[in-house]
Design a protein around this ligand. Structure first.
Ligand SMILES: [Zn+2]
Length: 332
């Protein structure tokens, strides 16, 4: 058993409480490699933003759970070297799908875990989420649970159909599970293809797809029933069209990739939404840069020469999200 506090990590309780009061949201960035983690920590340290670094099942399969945990421990020390005296970094399990996986992360030094029972029948979701919360709370590890189903595909989490969270269930669910935060479904979606073209309208000026708006009425109804309770939005990448264009003009093929407009996320961040998950945008930044650099310098074969610029681009993206979308800069 390794406790997260011994690694210099923090859980999400205090960061969420401050975020709700302050009308901003904490960034939750996924990582599975060195360059992503460097970019996240540099961005958070420079902007003094609390940050959640999160590990999905795909990341655990790709990079190994133990290695990722030690990278997170290193990230705390790295943040201090960058001049961030008291780094507020939470290490979070994204989409844990069983009690055993959540337990192994708690035992290994994660400071926060998500148990995703959203595909289960309601009562089974409650039983599983409660089992995880009861265990995690013994070690002061915070727990995110989920109600409602998001559409989209990302890292082995996939669903064809979304259904919005039912506001009438949220009080009963949060009380009976004891979860510390609740991921809800109000129209965000995993991956870089969040909406089918037929769900969108077309911007007459740019010819680009305009996605349908988030269901703010449902979000407000949930807020009313659970005042001050931390709400989480998954699948909240904006799929910047400049990255999609760079990818598509340098040999890539991402037709009709579309995300959540940033002004909608800005609006959500001011509500009781206090954790916003962003993964695809960083993948796009990395891929766009690698494609561009390799096209411009076809003789390059030193990975540092294309992953370095990709890291710089991801850092730019993370700072932009922190400062211009979530408003978490200067809060740590
Ligand atoms: Zn998710």
């Amino acid at each position: 058993m390794i406790h997260f506090k011994d690694l210099g990590l923090v859980n999400t309780r205090e960061m969420f409480a401050k975020a709700i009061k302050g009308g901003y949201a904490i960034p939750a960035f996924n990582f599975n490699n060195l360059e992503q983690l460097q970019a996240i920590i540099q961005a958070a340290a420079e902007t003094k933003s609390p940050v959640i670094i999160q590990v999905s099942k795909g990341a655990r399969n790709y990079a190994n759970q133990t290695l990722l945990r030690y990278m997170a421990e290193g990230a705390v020390e790295y943040a201090k070297e960058l001049g961030w005296e008291k780094p507020q970094i939470a290490l979070h399990l994204d989409h844990g799908d069983s009690f055993e996986v959540c337990k192994s992360c708690v035992d290994m030094g994660f400071s926060s875990v998500m148990i995703d029972g959203s595909a289960l029948p309601y009562e089974e979701n409650i039983a599983l989420s409660k089992q995880v919360a009861d265990y995690a709370h013994k070690y002061d590890v915070t727990v995110e649970a989920e109600l409602g189903v998001l559409a989209g595909v990302e890292d082995e989490v996939s669903s064809e159909e979304s259904h919005y969270t039912r506001p009438e269930e949220v009080v009963d669910f949060s009380k009976r599970t004891g979860c510390d935060s609740l991921a809800i479904s109000v129209g965000t979606s995993h991956g870089a293809y969040k909406f089918k073209p037929e769900q969108c309208t077309i911007d007459p000026e740019t010819g680009r797809l305009v996605p349908p708006p988030l269901a703010f009425d449902i979000l407000h109804e949930i807020e009313k029933r659970l005042p001050g309770f931390p709400i989480v939005l998954h699948g909240s990448s904006s799929v910047p069209q400049e990255y999609v264009d760079i990818i598509n003009t340098h040999g890539g093929k991402l037709p009709n990739a579309v995300g959540i407009p940033e002004e909608q996320l800005r609006r959500a961040a001011k509500s009781s939404v206090c954790k916003i998950n962003i993964d695809s945008d960083s993948r796009l930044a990395l891929t766009a840069t690698v494609r561009r650099v390799l096209a411009e310098k076809p003789g390059e074969f030193d990975p540092r020469k294309y992953l370095g610029p990709a890291r710089d681009e991801m850092k730019k993206l993370y700072i932009h999200k922190i400062v211009n979308v979530l408003g978490s800069d200067g809060k740590a």
